[in-house]
Design a binder for this molecule. Sequence first.
Ligand code: ADP
Length: 231
Amino acid sequence: MTTLVIEISNVSKSYGKGESKLTVLKEVSLTVEQGEFVAILGPSGSGKTTLMNIIGLIDTLDSGSYHLDGVDINNQSEKDYAKIRNEKIGFVFQKFNLISKYTALYNVALPLLLHGENYKTAKKKAMQTLHRVGLSERSHHRPNELSGGQQQRVAIARALIGECPLILADEPTGALDQKTGIEVLDFFRELNREGKTIVMITHDPSIASRAQRVVHVQDGKIIQKRESVVQ
Ligand code: ADP
């Protein structure tokens, strides 16, 4: 039996009020099963980031429902939001969002340290995770001493260290050249084969085609749900 990780039903979201009200998501429904690698593809301004922020518990929905691993997200407190997010979701961003004054090792260890893990254990785990992304020899470098692709690998290691089952990636190749971007996507595919569920947003059809399934978003709506892509 397949398990639904993400179950979004008729979700709407607006920003602003009165005449300046802008409805960004219009009754969007989307399910993602455990072990899928899904790309959410759409032009700039179509609502992808808003959808991703709702999936990632960074933003709330106005109407509709969202279940993550069977948990009704509408009925959680702020504190529970943070707990669910930390346990279940690793984030990867276009601009890496690494802390420039910290080494790669410390950037990767940070999520564990913030959750009270002792330094020795966090450091050991961070080294293992950096090894996993092929960067153990760069552990003491700071972000500005690393290439864009290496920085994104550090960011992916940071997303992996908590062993979250779901990775949300927001334009993860947007700041990379084509070759490096494809390397990052190949790595996502490897992680996906190992069991991670991955949801990635992109405006680029050639990037989206590297996922298992492409979901098209246009003007706040999902316009076509399923499209088979050659793996
Ligand atoms: P995409 O990721 O597809 O570019 P977004 O979800 O970022 O789309 O944005 C969709 C629309 O919502 C855009 O018109 C954007 O300007 C607007 N928007 C996004 N976030 C906010 C916000 N916090 N307040 C007001 N408008 C917003």
